[in-house]
Design a protein around this ligand. Structure first.
Ligand code: P6P
Length: 329
C-alpha cells in the first residue's frame, strides 16, 4: 500500500490516463475534498456542542450554532459554487435545484448530495456520512430540474465521506473504487483502500427489523431464510446508510431498505443516495436493485423521489431478488 499517496495526487494520476483531460474535473474534485475536511472537523467537534452550545442556540462566544446538517449543506454550497466547474446543485436539504450564482462562471458538472445523512445519530455519537453524485450538463443551457433527472448510468463520478473513528473518502469515476483515510495531523486524505472489491457473497444482512410487521411476504421469507442459513448470517444495522454500506462493501453482505406496506417506494432517495452507492457497488463487483429492477437503469421523475434499495454482494442481492416473486400479500 502506497501510504504517501494523497487523494489529490491519485486524482492527478487518474487524470493523466484520460486523453485530452484539461484538469477541470481534478480542480472541481479538490473543492469537494476541502468541503469534506471542513465538515469532518465540525462533525468531530459535535461532541463538544454542549460546551459550544446546542444547535439553534448561541454558544459561549455568543455565536449562533447551526444544526450540523444545515452547516454541512451550506458548507458544500459555499465551497463548491464559485469554482467555475458547476452549473448547479441539488441537495437533500433543499426542495428546489440550486443554480450557481450568476456572479460565478458556470461549468459542465452538476453536483447532487446528501450533505449529512443520518444526522440524527450525531447526538449519540454514531457515524454519519455525506453522499454525492456528479452528472454532466451543457453549461450554456437554461438549467432546470429536468437536467438532474438522469438515470444512474449517466453518473460520471460518485462517492461518500464516512465520519467515524476515522474519516474516509471513497469514490469511483468508473475506474474502480478507491478509499482514502484522513490523516488529521497532515490534513490530507491518504490512499488506504485501492481498488476495493466487495466479496461475491457475505454473511451480513442489514435491515430494520422494527419494520417487519410492514414487510411484503418476499422480504419476510428472505430474512427468515438468512436466519436459518447454515452460513450463519449475522445482523448488523447501524441506522446510518453510509456506515452500513461501507461495512458491507469491505466485508460483504446485503443492505435492504425494501418496499413495504408502509412505504411502497422505500425510504431512501434515488438521486443522491441509491444512485451514487449503486455506481460504487457495481464498480466494486456488487449489485444494487429495487428487488426487481437495476437501480442505475431507473429514469427519475422527481428530484427527491424515493426508491426501494437492496444493495451489496452480488450473490446476496440476487438471492434477495429471487424472493421478489412472493411480493404480493
Ligand atoms: P430507519 C438515516 O435517517 C437514513 O436516512 C439512512 O442513513 C438510514 O439507512 C435510514 O435512514 C435508517 O432508517 O427507518 O431504519 O431508521
Amino acid at each position: 500500500m502506497n501510504i504517501g499517496m494523497t487523494l489529490t495526487k491519485f486524482l492527478l494520476e487518474e487524470q493523466r490516463r484520460v486523453p485530452g483531460s484539461k484538469g477541470n474535473f481534478t480542480a472541481f474534485f479538490s473543492d469537494l475534498v476541502v468541503a469534506a475536511k471542513i465538515i469532518s472537523r465540525e462533525v468531530n467537534r459535535a461532541g463538544l456542542i454542549d460546551i459550544l452550545g446546542a444547535a439553534g442556540n448561541q454558544n459561549v462566544h455568543g455565536e449562533e450554532v447551526q444544526k450540523l446538517d444545515e452547516y454541512a449543506n451550506s458548507m458544500f454550497i459555499k465551497t463548491m459554487e464559485h469554482g467555475g466547474h458547476l452549473s448547479g446543485m441539488a441537495s437533500e436539504e433543499i426542495d428546489e435545484i440550486i443554480k450557481v450564482d450568476p456572479r460565478y462562471p458556470r461549468g459542465k458538472y452538476l453536483l447532487l448530495f446528501d450533505p449529512l445523512d443520518g444526522s440524527s445519530n450525531i447526538d449519540v455519537n454514531i457515524s454519519v456520512g455525506t453522499i454525492f453524485s456528479i452528472l454532466k450538463c451543457n453549461p450554456e443551457c437554461d438549467l432546470t430540474e429536468k437536467d438532474f433527472l438522469k438515470a444512474g448510468v449517466e453518473q460520471v463520478c460518485a462517492g461518500y465521506i464516512l465520519y467515524s473513528s476515522s474519516t474516509m473518502f471513497v469514490y469511483t469515476t468508473g475506474h474502480g473504487v478507491h478509499g482514502f483515510t484522513l490523516d488529521p495531523n497532515v490534513g490530507e486524505f491518504l490512499l488506504s483502500h485501492e481498488n476495493i472489491r466487495i466479496p461475491e457473497r457475505g454473511k451480513i444482512y442489514s435491515i430494520n427489523e422494527g419494520n417487519s410487521r410492514h414487510w411484503l411476504p418476499g422480504t419476510s421469507l428472505y430474512i427468515e431464510k438468512l436466519k436459518n442459513d447454515e452460513k450463519n448470517y449475522t445482523a448488523r444495522y447501524v441506522g446510518s446508510l453510509v456506515a452500513d454500506f461501507h461495512r458491507n462493501l469491505l466485508k460483504g453482505g446485503v443492505f435492504l431498505y425494501p418496499a413495504d406496506r408502509k412505504s411502497i417506494n422505500g425510504k431512501l432517495r434515488l438521486l443522491y443516495e441509491a444512485n451514487p452507492l449503486s455506481f460504487i457497488v457495481e464498480q466494486a463487483g456488487g449489485k444494487a436493485s429495487t428487488g426487481d429492477k437495476r437501480i442505475l437503469d431507473i429514469v427519475p421523475e422527481k428530484l427527491h423521489q424515493r426508491v426501494p434499495l437492496i444493495i451489496g454482494s452480488k450473490k446476496d442481492v440476487e438471492e434477495a431478488e429471487s424472493f421478489w416473486q412472493y411480493r404480493e400479500a
